[in-house]
Design a protein around this ligand. Structure first.
Ligand code: G3I
Length: 318
């Protein structure tokens, strides 16, 4: 069939995938699918702090640039992931016990170097704030930024990122916010107040880590309340996990879920696209984090298309 990226472009959205340099280098089928099917790419791990600034003031772009070079070669857009998060921070930062002034200058140096100097013009959107809420509640999640700088860390980081790259689209990205619930309500309030204060927030990333059958009915409606604020929305990390071994019926349920997510995006003006969190089932983070679950992606362990791939095609009009 016609590649997903071309179908998506005709519908005015992008379809992307999370990628890993080590797989690009070692798996020809992985390379081929990433290049052919996806018009956008997100670094699954190598644009996080532990990769980019492993020692204080020492930046390493070598693995991230394997991805940007591939993206350039294959005419793909890059989403940057991620600036501030509670996970995958280098030890020097996590254990540093910095005061507010010093932490702020560490934040500024990282943002200037990464979002500005290195990636400006090559990364079109950044998840500036990743997973700021506790799961299942409306409270901000304690992390090194919140603990030291208070809730103002969010606006501060957005301003710094905007100064570093005025063209980048700046996002808050979180999970379990796809439907209306206390967490997405709290995010809505946060987004509204950031916009009122004039913070440069441009979009909301709905990660989209689902269990088969678990796409909320009100997903489109929930995304629309954010676009009504003038924000764009993107599904940033889509996968649909299944209890292993996956039955034919579960694979059909999964296919319907993939279709529903793309249809929800198409239905909401202001949804820029959908990124899936990996290429093939063997590369997915799911089995190692949720033992007993897996088969979460549109291609199987041998990179053959699953029913979910066909339903992505159909949802995009292929
Ligand atoms: O790089 C080290 C390697 O040196 C070491 O030998 C090996 C041994 O465990 O670990 C490797 O690090 C792993 C890393 O992925 C790179 O492969 C970590 O253990 C592993 O925990 C880490 O998992 C990633 C996870 O984020 C960490 O929080 C997943 O690949 C990645 O898919 C996942 O992505 C997150 C998004 O960033 C944010 N939203 C949720 C999503 C899923 O958790």
């Amino acid at each position: 069939g016609v590649p997903l990226r071309d179908l998506a472009a005709e519908r005015g959205i992008r379809i992307g995938a999370a990628a890993n340099p080590y797989l690009l280098e070692r798996e020809p089928d992985y390379r081929a699918l990433l290049a052919e099917q996806y018009g956008s790419m997100t670094a699954e791990n190598v644009m996080k702090w532990d990769s980019l600034q492993p020692e204080r003031g020492v930046y390493d772009f070598s693995t991230a640039d394997v991805l940007t070079a591939f993206a350039d070669e294959h005419d793909q857009q890059m989403r940057g992931h991620t600036v501030l998060w509670h996970n995958q921070n280098p030890e020097w930062l996590d254990q540093g016990e910095f005061g507010p002034e010093e932490l702020r200058s560490i934040m500024r140096d990282h943002i200037d170097t990464v979002v500005g100097e290195h990636f400006a013009g090559r990364v079109y959107a950044w998840d500036v704030i990743n997973e700021p809420f506790r799961d299942g509640s409306g409270e901000l999640r304690p992390n090194l930024w919140l603990n030291t700088l208070g809730r103002g860390y969010i606006a501060e980081a957005l301003h710094m990122a905007h100064e570093a790259d005025p063209d980048a689209r700046l996002y808050i990205n979180d999970f379990n916010i796809e439907g209306r619930n206390p967490k997405s309500d709290a995010l809505y309030d946060l987004a509204e107040s950031l916009l009122e204060e004039g913070a440069p927030l441009h979009g909301i990333g709905f990660q989209g880590h689902f269990h088969a059958g678990g796409v909320p009915e009100d997903m489109a409606e929930n995304m629309r309340r954010f676009t009504d604020l003038g924000l764009e929305v993107t599904v940033t990390e889509l996968d649909v996990s299944i209890k292993m071994p996956a039955s034919a019926e579960e694979l059909r349920t999964q296919a319907r879920d993939y279709r529903a997510v793309v249809e929800n995006c198409l239905e909401v003006g202001g949804c820029t696209g959908v990124t899936v969190w990996g290429i093939g089932d063997a590369d997915s983070w799911i089995p190692s984090w949720f033992p007993g679950r897996g088969a979460a992606l549109p291609f199987d362990e041998d990179y053959a298309p699953k029913p979910a791939y066909g339903s992505l095609q159909e949802a995009l009009g292929g």
